[in-house]
Write a new protein. Sequence first.
Length: 319
Amino acid sequence: MKDLVTICDTDFKNVNYSSILCIFLILFIILKNFSLPFLLIIVIEGAIFANMSISYFTGSVLPFIAPIVLGTIQLGATIDYAILITTTYVNNRKTNKSKKECMINTLNYCGHSVLVSAACFFAATFGVGIYSKIEMIGSICNLISRGALISMLFVLTILPSILLIFDKLISKTNMKGNKMKKLNLIVVFNKDLSKGLFCIRAKDPYKGKYNFVGGKVEENETNDEAAYRELFEETGISKNDIELDHFMDLNYFKYENNLQVYYGILTHDVDLVEEKNKLEWVELNKELLDNNKFGGNYNIPHIITQIKVFIKNGTGLGK
């Protein structure tokens, strides 16, 4: 038995070190950041240490294989939660919002998933720990079930704090761009909202299809200035002719694009000036769902519907 304990103690150290190294490499490849792997490993190992410490301070006797089993299983559970929180936060930070607002959005988006996963993990192991007549199995399952809750608490409390504290360091050590490329599109309605102003794309993407007007946001201008500039350049409609409202953003993290959606209601006739693309007033009906005629991969009818609902509720322009 003494030889087994000695071997397990050695194996635990070897497994622990090799696991940390493998996790570090995986995190580095996935997150493409030099500092995040260190920060996440601190949280993960901290959760495991906290779990083992409870057994130590309560005087609980654990099976000699418990550290190896716990180290691997809790490590896997915690890293899963940590990657979900971290990647969502990093992506949110690219939208130019404050770090506090990004973290709140991250926890609102991911918190429920982490809670459900941890609760299921806890329930699956706690029941076995309570009813198992084999002391070793019961002890290990109780340890793992407690670890599920501890990992959840660390990921939802300590990890967000660390990400906020080291936000500047994370930004500086990021191998990818820290900001998304900002683009805009402008939805122009006629007075009764029955028609929308579309351009016919002269080149890809969506060459030959109807699409909204819009373009790039330059670094030396605000989002609103860019929207009015792009509208004027592509249609001849000036700021004096129409009021634009920043309605929503569509973030395409895979392409590093932040698409800002503006809309406005043109209440009087304006002589349209075409830049590169032909312009046309189009009836807003079921034809918008025709992907062969309209670009945007079915986003156009969704955007128009959302804006109309917003206006109908009495909170948008024209009310």
